[in-house]
Write a new protein. Structure first.
Length: 138
């Protein structure tokens, strides 16, 4: 067996190992990955083709959602509403559990108006597979 074949076999075994991870570890991994993806995506928020390409490369579904637009999923709309109800310049990012297979990372983008009021420009919605997050953990 060649060295490459052994590496490949070892990698396949690692993928099938039973691993115990907590919800907190998954949430932390989602925060780290979600922040990285949202940071890259921020440069082309209005280009859905590039967002789809980035999502495919990072194993995520990336959406830019704007308050008042009806194309948001129910959970995305609830998050937008929560951010809009309490607009501050230091709104935190968030991870929501979407059931047994995925989590949703969200990050608001805000701007401070000249009068000091805070406007919610929109949110990054990054859906991540729990399985992929776990496999990426060391």
């Amino acid at each position: 067996m060649s060295s490459d074949e052994r590496k490949q076999l070892h990698e396949e075994r690692r993928k099938h190992e039973i691993r115990r991870v907590t919800k907190a570890e998954i949430a932390e991994a989602a925060l780290v990955k979600g922040r990285a993806v949202a940071e890259i995506a921020n440069g082309f928020r209005d280009d859905q083709e590039r967002l789809d390409s980035l999502g495919h490369a990072r194993g995520a579904t990336i959406r830019w959602r704007v308050p008042g637009v009806s194309n948001a999923l129910t959970v995305e709309q609830e998050i937008i509403d929560a951010y809009v109800m309490n607009p501050t310049s230091d709104l935190p990012d968030n991870v929501q559990d979407l059931g047994s297979d995925s989590v949703l990372y969200s990050r608001p983008e805000v701007s401070v108006l000249p009068d000091g009021a805070v406007a919610i420009e929109g949110i990054w919605s990054v859906r991540l597979s729990k399985k992929e997050l776990i496999l990426e953990m060391e």
